[in-house]
Design a protein around this ligand. Structure first.
Ligand code: ASP
Length: 427
């Protein structure tokens, strides 16, 4: 049986077990499912363990083999422009849907009060975390590490990317004999990381079952009732972004068949869904890009780690719908100008969100503050409303986030190797 099939079965079994425990209120089963969750957490740690060496090694090899440093600048600027554009489209889809469906208009006062009293304390702690998060200027400044070893030790992705590219560029300037030594070493390290990923992925079905079972068993299905329209709006938005934006980009820009592409990356999407973390999925994203999608390493080694850190279309779309929903419930309709503000802040905020679970809702505070400013309403009241369904939406938006990263890698590769690829390998 293929690994992908095993993971799918594990996912379905996990959902079923969780639902049985939840709906039938079987306490021992819930406790059992929650008690095996550490198996899933251990697996996430294993795969996260590979992230830093993999990104570092593959980025050095990728940059050093570019041969031409201006090419790096070109790939870099194209990637950033592409990431910002698709994120802005995602936010716009979220806003359009929120104007049409108006998820906040049918909320009952009792439902609102119940959500508030249940989640207010937890929500206040998210707002505090958001206040501690660095602003955009700091994020940019922090990209340059004072000490690259500290960045590697701390797993700080942007400074690691910055240093690896800088080092890779320097390696490419060395005489051939020297260069081959260093590239050979890091290439070997990169391959060893891939072997580790193969091993770790063999355990993925067990981890997926453990993670999903616990999430569903713990999930309060009653919360879903009052937030159903909101949840559906986010899900429809994510589905549209996938079906329209990415498919068009794949077809027209990457010249790949969208359905074949999605079939090839479904393992990555499932792992993103199960872990709610683009960072934890990154090793598999990189392996799939190289081995399954045969994307050139010099593109994927740069585009994918950067994407896992700064490109979050699913998160941005979710932030747009969440902001509109909260505004519709708490302050009524908001003007078009304010909605344009949401496009800007949600696009930038999603850059600042780390690729870890729940990062999106913490950074949502920034977007909410802009919209609620002057209304006297505390963003924590808004966050409290939607916190109960956040994990489920986090799983879905993370799957879209990684799809966006892989689509970008395919698009950028095509634009770089237009001639070489024309009529070339079947994709
Ligand atoms: N969990 C998401 C990710 O890792 C970020 C978010 O919370 O939206 O991509």
């Amino acid at each position: 049986m293929q690994l992908y099939t095993k993971i799918t079965i594990a996912l379905i079994l996990g959902v079923l077990a969780g639902l049985v425990a939840n709906i039938l209120d079987i306490d021992p089963l819930t406790r059992l499912l929650v008690s095996i969750e550490p198996i899933g957490t251990a697996w996430i740690r294993l795969i996260t363990m590979v992230v830093v060496p993999l990104v570092f090694a593959s980025l050095i090899v990728g940059t050093a083999s570019l041969g031409d440093i201006t090419k790096l600048g070109r790939i870099g600027s194209k990637t950033i422009v592409y990431y910002m554009a698709t994120t802005a489209i995602a936010v716009t889809i979220g806003l359009l849907l929120s104007n049409v469906i108006r998820p906040g208009s049918g909320m009952s006062p009792e439902g609102l009060e119940a959500l508030r009293s249940n989640y207010m304390a937890e929500s206040a702690s998210r707002v505090e975390m958001a206040q501690e998060a660095p602003g955009l200027a700091d994020v940019l400044l922090n990209m340059i590490p004072r000490n690259p070893v500290a960045a590697l030790a701390g797993g700080d992705m942007l400074p690691i990317i910055f240093f690896a590219i800088f080092l890779g560029a320097a390696v490419s300037a060395l005489p051939k004999e020297r260069r081959d030594h260093i590239v050979g070493f890091f290439d070997g390290l990169n391959e060893a990381c891939m072997v580790m990923i193969h091993w770790i992925m063999k355990l993925a079905p067990y981890a997926v079952f453990a993670l999903i079972g616990a999430v569903i068993a713990r999930f309060g299905l009653d919360v879903l009732g009052s937030l159903l329209v909101y949840v559906v709006t986010v899900l429809v938005g994510l589905a549209l972004h996938l079906a329209i934006t990415y498919s068009v980009a794949l077809k027209l820009l990457a010249r790949r068949a969208p359905l074949t592409f999605y079939r090839k990356i479904r393992g990555v999407q499932l792992i993103a869904f199960s872990t709610s973390s683009s960072n934890a999925t990154l090793p598999l994203t990189m392996e799939t890009a190289e081995d399954v999608l045969t994307i050139e390493k010099e593109v994927s080694s740069f585009v994918l780690p950067l994407g896992a850190t700064i490109n979050m279309d699913g998160t941005a779309l979710y932030q747009a719908v969440a902001t509109m929903f909260i505004a519709q419930v708490l302050i009524g309709d908001i003007s078009l100008v304010a909605q344009f503000g949401i496009v800007l802040t949600a696009t930038l905020a999603s850059i600042g969100a780390a690729g870890v679970p729940s990062a999106g809702i913490i950074i949502l505070v920034v977007v909410l503050e802009g919209v609620l400013a002057g209304s006297g309403i505390d963003p924590a009241a808004g966050i409290a409303m939607i916190l109960g369904v956040d994990r489920i939406l986090d799983m879905c938006r993370t799957a879209v986030n990684v799809t966006g990263d892989l689509t970008a890698a395919a698009v950028i590769e095509r634009s770089e190797y237009e001639h070489a690829l024309r009529g070339g390998r079947a994709r």
